[in-house]
Design a protein around this ligand. Structure first.
Ligand code: TMP
Length: 242
């Protein structure tokens, strides 16, 4: 018993901006359904990117699978279909972990440094995952004072985030991509803290090393066009990589 081959899809229990979470016939498993909906600026800008959900599911599934082989504990179980990923049930820790290798986006604005400057070491930032508040930046003291996570969980999250970053930098570099920055989410489960959500061009800045072309959701945020094309291209490169 307990095999995943017989899991059936149940009702939608949560709908986010880019994904729908379904219950399954197994109490410990959920199905993550990837939509084509795109939002930016805390939901103020809305649109769709054709086939984005298919690309993000394929990209995330491939990356999670490889991270598991590196010993990173994730919620990933299997890719069920084009748009569906079977995942372990977790309770999402309400912290968005942003890892930065290159100055871009809000860090560029905050520090007054132009986009593209290489950081001499990765920068990890925490944001409070709360759409109504626009995901404000927080630090370890806020996390502790407001009981968002235990000290032990924070230590695990930081350690895993730096380990994931090291691996992802080399992974994307091999396919000609500069990994600028990205967002990670973690969840609590009976197995401990697991990497959750997705790793896809929706939550990463990915720049082509040769052309400098943006290969991520900044094309939508900044109206740069070629949306489906870059998601498809990232899917092609990621799936060809090991
Ligand atoms: P930022 O420059 O807007 O702070 O974003 C940093 C990185 O985190 C960028 O790759 C996009 C990602 N991100 C999300 O995926 N979701 C979010 O809600 C935010 C604010 C950032």
């Amino acid at each position: 018993m307990g095999g995943t081959a017989t899991v059936t899809k149940g009702e939608a229990i949560y709908e986010g901006k880019a994904k729908i979470i379904h219950a399954t016939s197994s109490p410990d498993l959920l199905i993550q359904y990837f939509k084509d909906d795109a939002t930016a600026f805390n939901g103020k800008k809305k649109g769709t990117i054709q086939d984005k959900g298919v690309c993000n599911n394929a990209i995330s599934s491939h990356i999670f699978g490889l991270l598991e082989k590196e010993g990173v504990k994730t919620h990933f179980v299997s890719r069920l279909s084009d748009r569906e990923m079977l995942v372990k049930k977790v309770s999402i820790i309400p912290i968005e972990v942003v890892m930065r290798n290159v100055v871009a986006g809000s860090l560029s604005t905050r520090m007054g440094i132009p986009e593209g400057e290489q950081l001499k070491e990765p920068v990890l930032e925490f944001y409070y995952k709360n759409d109504d508040l626009g995901d404000p930046m927080i630090n370890r003291y806020h996390i502790s004072a407001f009981n968002l996570a235990t000290d032990e969980e924070v230590v695990t999250i930081e350690k895993e985030a730096f380990r994931i970053n090291k691996w992802l930098l080399s992974f994307f570099d091999r396919m000609g991509i500069r990994l600028v920055d990205y967002k990670l989410e973690f969840g609590r489960s009976p197995e401990g803290v697991l990497l959750a959500d997705e790793i896809s061009p929706d939550g990463c800045r990915l720049w082509d090393k040769t052309t400098g072309e943006k290969m991520d959701k900044d094309r939508f945020r900044r109206d740069l066009g070629m949306l489906t094309e870059v998601y498809e291209e990232m899917k092609r490169r990621v799936l060809a990589a090991k």
